[in-house]
Design a protein around this ligand. Structure first.
Ligand code: SIN
Length: 279
């Protein structure tokens, strides 16, 4: 990038880049934010290391990126309700959001993106994977693209085992909506409002069936798409250290926090940013 202040090092072929030379206690001017946004649009998820953020400074940074949203099912921090603590204690065996998903696809307006900050991480394990939904769409045959193009799909907050992955967080900090199922219909092929690229917008955790078809009829095609989306060449994997930040574009990526650190604690602070109606 011209006049680039930061280094951008891709992490894998299809998705993910580590941004070097950023210090968020200093680099929050408009030019720095524009550079980070450009890297996000190009790489789908970007990673920053060694940042020291308080809840107040995470919120300040998030506000430069967009409008922080409230997560419907778990209460945020007392003074910062848009920050959802994502905590797995030593004695817990299930991790929050522990399967491939896009964040809150069951909302009419799913988030534009998410900013996840690591406070405490296990000595080994607890990595997160991301997958490019552009790459998945591009890999479809012309025939499949034509078939999927007019379809819409139903996304549910209680599909399969996803509800179980938030049970512990809800038990400690419920909201009025914690026991309500949220459901939204979205196009199966989504056009990214900023890049104009097409992305395959279905995900294992939330997408239950195509509108106008039964779950049984939809299942073979959805299963095929869920598998395609996470082909290793469409993914990247990030190893967290305390002070790491991931910022992902929730309109064109999936992610999957790996649950391989039983007996250790992991603490993250998550802020999602308000998004648009997928089209
Ligand atoms: C999430 O799905 O938002 C959490 C991701 C993670 O804990 O790595």
């Amino acid at each position: 990038m011209k006049n680039s202040r930061f280094t951008v090092t891709p992490l894998a072929g299809a998705i993910g880049a580590e941004i070097g030379g950023v210090d968020l206690s200093r680099d929050t001017d408009d030019a720095a934010i524009a550079e980070l946004r450009a890297a996000l649009l190009t790489h789908g998820v970007i990673f920053l290391r060694d940042q020291e953020l308080t809840p107040a400074s995470q919120m300040e940074f998030a506000r430069k990126f967009g409008t922080p949203a409230i997560y419907p099912f778990v209460q945020g921090l007392e003074d910062f309700p848009e920050i959802t603590p994502i905590i797995k204690q030593e004695d817990e065996t299930v991790n929050f959001g522990g399967l491939w998903h896009t964040d809150t696809a069951y909302l009419e307006r799913p988030p534009l993106g998410t900013i996840l900050y690591a406070l405490e991480v296990p000595a080994a394990g607890g990595d997160t994977e991301w997958a490019s939904l552009y790459a998945a769409y591009d890999a479809l045959s012309d025939g499949m693209k034509q078939m999927l193009e007019p379809l819409r799909a139903v996304n549910r907050s209680e599909k399969g085992r996803v509800a179980q992955t938030r049970a512990s967080a809800i038990a400690s900090s419920p909201t009025d909506l914690s026991n309500t199922e949220l459901v939204a219909e979205h196009p199966v092929v989504r056009t990214h409002p900023e890049t104009g690229r097409k992305a395959l917008y279905v995900n294992l955790a939330h997408t239950s069936h195509f509108v106008g078809m039964t779950e049984a009829e939809s299942k073979p095609i959805l299963d095929y798409l869920f598998e395609l989306e996470i082909r290793p060449e469409f993914t990247c994997r990030f190893h967290w250290r305390s002070g790491s930040i991931a910022i992902w574009d929730n309109r064109c990526t999936l992610h999957n926090p790996i649950n391989d650190y039983q007996g250790s604690k992991r603490v993250m602070h998550r802020v999602t940013l308000e998004g648009d109606v997928p089209a």
